[in-house]
Design a protein around this ligand. Sequence first.
Ligand code: GLC
Length: 257
Amino acid sequence: MQWTVASDVDGTLTGDREALDRLRARLGEQRAGGGLYLIVSTGRRLEQVTEGIREEGLPDPDAVICQVGTEIYLPPFTERSTPMDAWRTWLLSRYSRDQALLFLAGIEGLVMQPEVYNTELKTSCYLDGCADPDKTAEVIRHRVRPHADRYQVVWSSGRDLDILPAASGKGKAIRFLVEHVGLDPGRVVVAGDTGNDASMFLEFDRGVVVANAQPELVELARDLGDGRVYRARRPYAAGVEEGLEHYGVLDRAASAG
Ligand code: GLC
């Protein structure tokens, strides 16, 4: 029976290379047997994902969701890859970068993220230079609220704030992909560690929160309850492995020790 696993990268798959090597081997086996469709779902750009596959031991995925769910890529993953047009066009029809920038206007201490993280569909800044980052994020949320049909705020790690199309985000991108590929929406497991992973946990009812997760995701996990979210005892890839065993995606016996 095939499972779909969608995992975040930084702080979820990465952080403990030895654990990642073990998880990668086990996922690879499962994929080879046709039992797994693997989605990497990240805030990174595609070239940082392919670099991560070459250099950081990331597993080979079947699909890659980048820039916090605003871009979806299907194989082959190369420098010439372009994001799925259907997803891009749908999001573009409901997003204006000029409007997104207006929500950030005049905020003291705010620093825009580098240009590569600011795209036609993603407006991203750092708030860790603000006097009270959480409060500032609240101010921005308040500004965006009347436009919630088109825009959403994603707040992560006490530092990163993204303004994305309301129709995007990791969770909705996975849902789109599941429908596009014809995967079983009832057999999806997601894994993450920060606020930009929250939408995956809201969209699907089998989640794994690794032990090193940021408070904003731990809080959400608590609200959603144990039935929907497995809180791993172990951090990073070892936590993902533990969660996948919990849901029966990976065989429990194989990890003894
Ligand atoms: C990743 C992205 C960054 C974003 C953050 C939180 O680090 O590179 O642009 O703000 O995730 O979503």
